[in-house]
Design a binder for this molecule. Structure first.
Ligand code: ADP
Ligand code: MG
Length: 229
């Protein structure tokens, strides 16, 4: 398993008490597997992604990324793990306003210390893969919402992660553009053998994923949705 959460509990302080955001959660995602997480607002979906992304350390339980137990890894090690193994895509594209599409990707390679020539080739290839080959010189404000989200996806793949974590990628897009984004994520998951976890509200796209899990009040259950209803 490329991503494995075992018996994960996450609590947040909540006044005098604590709030349980993740309640003994198990999740395992294999290479090339596209998993969707559905569930009501406030049920713990983003908390799950934050723990998987090594952004938040769980209160108890273990997190394994690309075969390494990262539960007790320190700040520097976590940063390295994210840089080398995990691509993260949030709802808003959070691109840097003054950089072209190509430069958004090159920044990631620079952080990872990739040779400039290799980085440039990979960035152009990825922009091609998300169908933006002719837009590499555009600034974020010159791109549509769907195009910005595709730059975001390409950027997340720049350092060849094994894991892709995606939080509601279609919520800022209309239905058709949203479907295209999920289809693209499905294609990239297969082609790059990624372990992908996508939080979504949009049940119409679930036919494109391999596994659906449902979050309810911090508890994760398998299934919860079927194409026949
Ligand atoms: P979802 O993504 O499904 O909407 P979240 O993971 O964002 O759910 O939140 C789960 C629960 O944890 C909610 O009750 C939310 O209010 C609470 N929560 C989320 N982040 C924090 C935080 N940083 N501090 C305290 N409570 C939080
Ligand atoms: Mg959320």
């Amino acid at each position: 398993m490329t991503l494995k959460l075992t018996d994960v509990v996450l609590t947040y302080p909540d006044g005098e008490r604590t709030l349980t955001a993740l309640n003994h959660v198990d999740l395992a995602v294999a290479p090339g597997e596209f998993t969707a997480v559905v569930g009501p607002s406030g049920s713990g979906k983003s908390s799950l992604l934050a723990v998987a992304a090594t952004l938040i350390r769980p209160t108890s339980g273990t997190v394994s990324v690309a075969g390494t137990d990262v539960t007790d890894a320190g700040q520097a090690a976590r940063t390295r793990i994210r840089r080398d193994h995990i691509g993260i895509i949030f709802q808003q594209s959070n691109l840097l306003p003054s950089l072209t599409a190509l430069d958004q990707l090159l920044v990631m390679a620079h952080i990872a210390g990739t040779r400039p020539a290799a980085a440039s080739a990979r960035a152009r290839e990825l922009l091609g893969a998300v169908d933006l080959a002719d837009k590499h010189g555009k600034l974020p404000h010159q791109l549509s919402g769907g195009e910005r989200q595709r730059v975001n996806i390409a950027r997340a793949l720049m350092n060849e992660p094994e894991i892709l974590l995606v939080d509601e990628p279609t919520s800022a897009l209309d239905h058709r553009r949203g479907e295209l984004i999920v289809a693209l994520l499905a294609t990239l998951t297969r082609k790059n053998n990624l372990a992908t976890v996508m939080v979504t509200h949009d049940t119409s796209t679930l036919a494109m994923v391999d596994t659906v899990v449902t979050m309810t009040d911090g508890t994760l259950t398998s299934g919860g949705w079927s194409p026949t209803g």
